[in-house]
Write a protein that binds this ligand. Structure first.
Ligand code: PMV
Length: 336
């Protein structure tokens, strides 16, 4: 990040926190944040230091599938990062990102132990940075007694990872792109609609870390893919269709638009140079199985992020059929 951009982030953080930045911390605090899966995707930044998106996006949170982060003050020269019980090497990209975020929001002499746990064992590496930065933001708010309104917490979480702005709530969440250069209006908020019958099926093809990060993938797609030109318009139109379908309780329109949105995002990625293909041969086998089942009358749809794994969208009444077709699927009930 350039010095000017880093200074702009510091200035914005200082403005948001005001004198609370120097509050005395509690001895410890902890918070939970769920994973989220975008139904209408975020793919492309208009600004990279504040993580400001080109378009809005809309997600569904995965209930008890998330991260719990505990914080405590330590008398040490550096922060200590623990992930699922094991100390994380300070030079790893995860520890570097976490420490960078903390150093932006805390007084310079305050060092913390960050103890972060995934709540459900799963093979899928799901939106780990989204739920991680959302839980870290909520826990820091509590430790420091900031008592910030939710939209400012969403903006602070976004500094760690764009999609983290959507992981502060359960249910459907919309992240509006905003227009301000410091991102003060690029914040997420929960939608009121509840869909107790909605199910998300996690189909894990590989749990390996992705070879190209979302940050690099987005930059490469924007600079080299001619197909990206159509993406912002489609993304905004899909978002509006999905939001209307959610309010109307129209599963077919919501799920069909989500699948089309994901396939279109992957097509823009594939037309980047060098090509960005996150799928593995097994991903395609599973995708074809979904399309075949749908042709046979089972209303099941898929979405995929920057990785090889599938997320299935279906309703509770079809859960037994989906589990019979995909014995390895892990089913999440986002509203129960
Ligand atoms: O927030 P990031 O930088 O991890 O990017 C997330 C990108 C996608 O998962 C592909 C889409 C999305 O909206 O979550």
């Amino acid at each position: 990040m350039s010095q000017t951009n880093a200074d702009a982030v510091c200035a914005w953080v200082d403005q948001v926190l005001g004198h609370h930045k120097h509050n005395s911390p509690a001895a410890q605090a902890s918070a939970y944040a769920p994973s989220n899966i975008a139904l209408s995707k975020y793919w492309g930044k208009r600004e990279t230091t504040f993580n400001l998106p080109i378009t809005g996006s809309l997600s569904i949170s995965l209930a008890e599938h998330g991260t719990r982060t505990g914080l405590s003050v330590v008398d040490a020269p550096q922060h200590e990062v623990i992930l699922n019980g094991a100390q994380v090497d300070a030079s790893s990209s995860f520890a570097v990102k976490v420490c960078q975020w903390l150093d932006q929001v805390l007084p310079a002499d305050l060092k913390l132990r960050i103890d972060t746990h995934n709540t459900l064992p799963t093979a899928a590496v799901l939106a780990a940075s989204a739920r991680g930065f959302a839980a870290l933001t909520l826990a820091t708010n509590s430790l420091m007694g900031w008592q910030l309104p939710e939209h400012q917490l969403s903006a602070l979480a976004r500094l760690g990872s764009g999609s983290a702005s959507r992981s502060l709530w359960h249910g459907f969440v919309k992240w509006q792109a905003g227009e301000q250069s410091n991102g003060s209006d690029s914040v997420a908020f929960p939608l009121a609609s509840q869909w107790p019958q909605l199910r998300i099926g996690l189909l894990t093809v590989s749990s390996q870390k992705k070879a190209v990060s979302s940050r690099e993938g987005m930059a490469r797609t924007i600079t080299t893919s001619a197909l990206y030109n159509q993406w912002p318009q489609q993304a905004e139109s899909d978002l509006a269709t999905i939001e209307t379908a959610i309010i109307a309780g129209d599963f077919e329109t919501m799920a069909k638009t989500a699948e089309h949105n994901a396939m279109s995002m992957h097509a823009t990625m594939a037309s980047a140079w060098p090509p960005l293909v996150y799928w593995l041969p097994e991903s395609l086998i599973q995708m074809q199985k979904v399309w075949q089942l749908r042709e046979q009358g089972l209303p099941i749809y898929l979405t995929m992020d920057a990785g090889p794994n599938l997320k299935l969208l279906f309703e509770a009444k079809h859960q037994a059929d989906v589990e019979a077709a995909f014995p390895e699927v892990q089913v999440i009930s986002p509203f129960e």
